[in-house]
Unconditional design. Structure first.
Length: 165
């Protein structure tokens, strides 16, 4: 809230240089802000009494937007990359999938390894779980199992994340 939108009877006022001007009525605070050719902005509405500050509102909004943008820039988004395999995968194909997983993990992404079962393969789900275990064991040097293998319908999947050193 700014200027005339502030309807509180008493407010704690902070001057343009950051100095405490004390507790006064909102009208008095507004008059002081008007004399300084600045805006009266409520910065802490939940305080008792609410805290208002005399500042240039346009500049204040610009600073807030800049801080928000800076914080967003420093954020790191982690994607989950998926690697799908079948239970009767050959050794070379498995190595290719492992190399892809290594690249994903090196970039800081998480890897979801999915073992898909089709048709008669469904009868042997538990016997082929070792494929996921071997995959995790081969990537032990760069990855840690975040979520162990879990059966979901026709698939068993696990999530690997980068090992923190």
């Amino acid at each position: 809230m700014i200027n005339e939108q502030i309807r509180d009877s008493k407010v704690r006022l902070i001057g343009p240089e950051g100095e405490q001007l004390g507790i006064m009525s909102a009208r008095e605070a507004q008059a002081i802000a008007y004399e300084a050719d600045l805006d009266l902005v409520k910065v802490a509405p939940n305080a008792k009494p609410p805290v208002c500050k005399i500042i240039d509102y346009g500049k204040y909004r610009y600073e807030l937007a800049r801080k928000e943008k800076e914080a967003k820039k420093k954020q790191k988004t982690i994607e989950v990359k998926e690697i799908r395999m079948s239970p009767n995968i050959e050794a070379n194909d498995l190595n290719t999938k492992m190399n892809a997983a290594r690249k994903f993990l090196a970039k800081g992404n998480k890897v979801k390894v999915t073992l898909r079962f089709r048709g008669r393969e469904m009868a042997h789900m538990q016997q082929t779980r070792h494929v996921l275990d071997d995959f995790a064991k081969q990537l032990e040097d760069v990855a840690v199992v975040e979520k162990p293998g879990k059966q979901e319908g026709r698939t068993i999947s696990m999530v690997l994340s980068e090992k923190k050193s």
